[in-house]
Design a protein around this ligand. Sequence first.
Ligand code: ADE
Length: 230
Amino acid sequence: MRFDILTILPELLEGPFNVSMMKRAQERGLLEIHIHNIRDYSTDKHKNVDDYQYGGGAGMVMSIEPIATLIEKLKSERNYDEIIYMTPDGELLEQRHSNSWSLKENIMILCGHYKGVDERIREHYITKEISIGSYVLTGGELAAAVVVDSIGRLIPGVMNDETSALTDSFQDDLLSPPVYTRPPEFNGWKVPDVLLSGDFGKIEQWREQQAIDRTKSRRPDLYKKFTGEE
Ligand code: ADE
């Protein structure tokens, strides 16, 4: 699977993909991540990539020209399944988005900045607008890294134990149950007896109940989905 990320701050994306699972996935040829500097496509003599907004008002707008040139170039090289724009006014990212995108071949991601991108880019190129939460970041880069990470780990072969993705929080609209490892007692704090019982039927039952209780108290919105109320 291939990602093309369009940014004015490529340095911000150097770190996240060069360690751990994302690094290994690239080394093993399961994942390609190409980072493109929008500034390289500016024809402006100062390499500007933004401009004042029409109608006045504070804040600069990312210019249409360098972004359109870069998107057209990439589109002429391959077909994209999705062209995502990272923006706080987008649809909230959920596990279902990542699940479906993990089955695709080519995804382009445009990182927003300043007041955002010229609306015509959104109208004519973007197929999905995504926010990673109801808060504003300085730009879309960190949000893009979140999207790539959440998709990348689902690509078959990326995780050692593929079944672990299926038991993640959210995969069945439930949060994960609590987990413990050795020692069985620390500072007098004990691991629940059932987990040490060796009775796998009981353990499964306990985990399921814990997941349900957690979801009900922490994420009533998800719990409604789980029970089919929504
Ligand atoms: N850019 C700035 N804030 C963002 C957010 N919350 N999600 C996605 N992109 C963003």
